[in-house]
Design a binder for this molecule. Structure first.
Ligand code: AMP
Ligand code: MN
Ligand code: MN
Ligand code: MN
Length: 293
């Protein structure tokens, strides 16, 4: 991210930024360096790798980005609980060596493993054997087993046609394989990110099952806790939601982010760098970052 003095600075409005994606260090399918290569090949000029609850991919991704001359920022997607809802908070430009952030993420990962064991037992009770071991085979990082890895195993076993079908029949509330879990609190997740010098961004707000009153309360609490950004154009939003969340970003004075949430070729709805630009009325979260072309 350090431009030489000769480097041309880029207009933040026109830059192809992708600030949300995953590698094998969480539930993506590509190695961190391969994610960077693919992003560059698809025209991404500013990339953040945001694996779930860990920073293991940051060093290899940053190294590959430096070789390719791609602007790269360290990111993470922290799992948090707010009431009964799981909320994801993306941290951008974090110091990957920050002690409190690393300790908080380690604690979150520990809870994940116990949950994965319980998910395996729940699926076994529904007649599906060996799911924990099966999911572990798909996990590129054994410390980070996610529902996505279980989903891949159920597809492999031909219990479902694809991972989308898995998430409608299994692993969600009221279905086999679902295990309720308490993640970090919203305040903890934001504190870890901000304490590590980062910007806390509310991930894919359109995905949470909240009515208008609850969503308003979440946004108020998110801001009060130190959150400063919100995903407006992201892989899980519809075009109508780009406008809806742009208006919310403006209303709450939040900076807007853009990210594909890419998990791998053939599995993600949206390719790296292929989303539309942010609506004109919002301020990009990267508006004051020095980005060289
Ligand atoms: P976990 O953090 O273990 O609860 O897993 C959450 C991950 O599951 C998300 O980051 C997504 O990658 C994936 N996921 C959740 N819901 C769906 C869905 N409806 N369809 C496909 N993938 C999903
Ligand atoms: Mn994921
Ligand atoms: Mn997420
Ligand atoms: Mn994600």
């Amino acid at each position: 991210m350090k431009p030489s003095t000769a480097a041309r600075l880029v207009d933040p409005r026109t830059i192809n930024a992708d600030l949300h994606c995953h590698s094998r260090m969480s539930d993506g399918t590509l190695a961190p360096a391969a994610v960077v290569e693919r992003a560059a090949a698809h025209g991404v000029a500013l990339l953040a790798l945001t694996d779930h609850d860990n920073l293991d991919g940051i060093a290899p991704a940053a190294a590959r980005a430096a070789e390719l001359g791609l602007s790269f920022v360290a990111g993470v997607e922290v799992s948090a609980s707010w009431g009964n809802e799981t909320i994801h908070v993306v941290g951008l430009r974090v110091d990957p060596n920050d002690a409190a952030l690393c300790a908080g993420l380690a604690r979150t990962r520990h809870g994940r493993d116990a949950r994965a064991v319980a998910m395996g037992k729940s699926l076994e009770a529904a007649g599906i054997e060996g799911a924990y071991e099966g999911a572990l085979r798909y996990a590129g990082n054994p410390a980070l087993v996610a529902r996505t890895h279980f989903a891949r195993f159920l597809v492999e076993r031909r219990i479902c046609r694809d991972t989308a079908e898995v998430f409608s029949r299994f692993l969600v509330e009221g279905r086999p394989g679902f295990v309720p879990h308490r993640w970090a609190t919203l305040a903890e997740a934001i504190d870890w990110i901000v304490g590590a010098g980062g910007v806390a961004v509310l991930a894919h707000p359109g995905r949470y099952r909240l009515n208008a009153t609850a969503r308003h309360a979440l946004l108020v609490e998110f801001k009060a806790a130190g959150g400063t950004g919100i995903e407006v154009v992201c892989g899980s939003h519809t075009p109508a939601q780009y406008g809806e969340y742009a208006a919310i970003a403006a209303e709450f004075g939040l900076l807007a982010s853009r990210g594909s949430d890419f998990h791998g070729p053939g599995e993600s709805r949206v390719e790296l760098g292929r989303l539309p630009p942010l609506p004109a009325l919002v301020v990009p979260v990267w508006h004051d970052w020095r980005i060289a072309a």
